[in-house]
Design a binder for this molecule. Structure first.
Ligand code: CA
Length: 223
């Protein structure tokens, strides 16, 4: 059974999230502030739901401390943010948060996002074939197929698509994409990422809809 550490200072919301997770087969642990969160993170929960607005240490402080410690750096963190806090979201993702959920959120969305991250964590990186729906990528041969059709991709396009396809549901900011894709024609600016994405989507045809633009943040492959 996976254990989720829920970090939220508002009792009612925290209890509701815990109850909902438990009803869906998860074990929960709870912390009402950042200090308590850092102590309980050392019990190695499988995932941490981290509210951004906390008294004392805020969500960003907690995230920074979690990622700075080898003991807790590998635990996926989903941020809970208020609507419209795009700067926080981008900052959080660049600091290593796995995903974010905007409040108010439905229980179903919360559980789905948690499951996606746990599935990701369970996958090993050893796979040399990336499959995502009809899309198959062979990084060693740098070949891409959509169904039975071979796709003609540049190096940069391949890397970008592979990054998204290997981690469905994970939102990448443009900054992260620039940092992680290093083909010959690798994008050097945020704008170049957008341009490359247009080309990739065109090459994917209707299937290109699986790549979602997350407004003000970046891109993700639909799980
Ligand atoms: Ca709060």
């Amino acid at each position: 059974m996976s254990t989720i550490l829920v970090v939220e200072d508002e009792d009612a919301i925290r209890d509701l999230i815990c109850m909902n997770l438990e009803a869906n087969g998860f074990a929960t642990d709870a912390a009402e502030d950042g200090e308590e969160a850092l102590v309980k993170a050392r019990r190695h929960p499988d995932l941490i739901l981290l509210d951004w607005m906390l008294p004392g240490l805020d969500g960003l402080d907690v995230l920074r401390a979690l990622k700075a410690s080898p003991e807790t750096a590998g635990i996926p963190v989903i941020m809970l943010t208020a609507k419209g806090e795009e700067t926080d979201i981008v900052l959080g993702l660049e600091m290593g948060a796995a995903d974010y959920i905007v409040k108010p959120f439905s229980n179903k969305v919360l559980v789905a996002r948690v499951r996606t991250q746990l599935r990701r964590g369970g996958e090993t990186e050893r796979n040399d074939v990336i499959r995502c729906g009809a899309l198959t990528l062979l990084p060693n041969e740098r070949r891409a197929r959509l169904g039975d059709d071979e796709l003609e991709l540049t190096c940069g396009e391949f890397d970008l698509l592979a990054l998204l396809a290997a981690h469905p549901g994970h939102v990448y900011t443009r900054g992260q994409i620039v940092a992680r894709t290093k083909g010959e024609d690798y994008p050097v600016t945020d704008r170049a990422v957008d341009v490359q994405m247009v080309t990739i989507r065109r090459k994917l045809g209707a299937w290109g809809e699986h790549i979602e633009t997350v407004r003000g943040v970046g891109y993700r492959m639909r799980p």
